[in-house]
Design a protein around this ligand. Structure first.
Ligand SMILES: *Cc1c(COP(=O)(O)O)cnc(C)c1O
Length: 357
């Protein structure tokens, strides 16, 4: 498949955001969009880059009514040497295909999508910010576009990628977050959509997040849907606990998102000789470990923040400080290691980094 480029004349392109230290997250978009269509007759076709702009969708498009959608989130970085890099991009596109399988969306051709995504990022290279900790966020998305009000699997799809500069997640340094253990609502039940990156999971999390924010919390810790005891994940990150010198996190049992950052952090810990356990872990066990001083750290893992240290956990109205409420030693080390690998300032023993330019 060829990639067709219809690019804007340079004088029609937008000015870049003037302050790279105030980019925030997901507020700026580049000049172009990557698109590819799917029909039953033609399969995936018409791979192209065109000017960024609104989509033309039939109001009956299936995605708007029944949520047949999947997405991904990854980043392109400007390395220390001025080169352009992405971190484990194949893992994201392969995960997207697993999300597609769950949502009855046709599989993407992984190699072609990667090649075209890299070419699109090269087209938008000037949008990659330079300030410390900033990057270009890349959002691949697939939506069901067939017009039909019957509940069914769509016969037509649009795959698109939008990109935009995002800020340092911790402009004032690494601040531990306060998390609220959610007992009323659940994110995903066994057999549901929990391991797919699909919009329905985030829609389900909005009301719990609003209620937690109103109580002063930044993140919600999800428990399992069956007995509200087993730890699953936190808002849009996976979560790890350091108990008795071991890194413990929920196994990939179908109800949590298999995070690329989770896998990278666990791989690095094993490489460093730190014991890692992917096993069922209850909130009671975490609270008991906190009470007798065995819970040393907790941290979230995700593309946006990389590592987010947890300062306290609130469960059934009681606050439990994690460590001394400050960023833990392992959280800091993992953050430095992962961002170092991503920016090319540290060796990449696992071959995770792809150089685009
Ligand atoms: C995207 C996401 C994660 C983190 O995945 P990464 O690949 O590390 O970015 C974790 N949980 C949920 C619910 C997510 O949507």
């Amino acid at each position: 498949m060829n990639l067709i480029k219809k690019l804007l004349e340079p004088h029609l392109r937008k000015p870049k955001p003037s302050d790279e230290n105030a980019l925030g997250f997901g507020r700026f978009f580049s000049d172009h969009i990557y698109k590819m269509n799917y029909t039953v007759e033609k399969g995936w076709h018409d791979s192209r880059v065109e000017p960024y702009g609104p989509l033309l969708l039939d109001p009956a498009a299936l995605v708007l009514h029944y949520g047949q959608e999947v997405f991904e989130g990854l980043k392109a970085y400007r390395g220390q040497d001025g080169g352009i890099y992405m971190f484990r991009p194949r893992t994201n596109i392969e995960r997207m295909n697993r999300s597609c399988a769950r949502l009855c969306i046709p599989q993407l051709p992984v190699d072609e999508v990667l090649e075209h995504m890299f070419e699109f990022v090269r087209v938008e290279m000037d949008w990659i910010p330079r300030a410390n900790g900033t990057s270009l966020y890349v959002r691949p998305t697939i939506i069901a576009t067939e017009a039909c009000l019957g509940v069914k699997v769509s016969h037509e799809y649009l795959f698109y990628i939008i990109v935009g500069p995002v800020g340092a997640y911790y402009p004032e340094g690494f601040n531990p977050v306060k998390i609220y253990v959610e007992e009323k609502y659940v994110r995903a039940a066994p057999g549901g959509l929990g391991e797919a990156k699909t919009s329905a999971n985030y829609a389900a999390g909005l009301l719990p997040a609003e209620e937690a924010h109103a109580k002063g919390f930044t993140q919600v810790l999800w428990l399992d849907a069956c007995d509200r005891k087993t730890i699953e994940e936190v808002s849009t990150s996976n979560i790890c606990f350091v108990i008795d010198g071991e890194v413990v996190t929920a196994p990939l049992g179908g109800t949590i998102l298999p995070g690329v950052t989770r896998d990278s952090a666990l791989t690095i810990c094993r490489h460093w000789g730190i014991p890692v356990s992917e096993r069922r872990l209850t909130i009671d066990e975490v609270i008991a470990a906190q009470k007798d001083g065995r819970l040393r750290e907790a941290f979230g893992t995700g593309t946006a923040a990389v590592i987010s240290p947890v300062g306290s956990i609130t469960y059934q109205g009681q606050d439990f400080a994690v460590g001394n409420g400050k960023t833990g030693e392992l959280s800091r080390k993992l953050y430095d290691e992962l961002t170092g690998i991503q920016l090319g300032t540290r060796p990449d023993p696992f071959g995770w980094v792809v150089k685009l330019a």
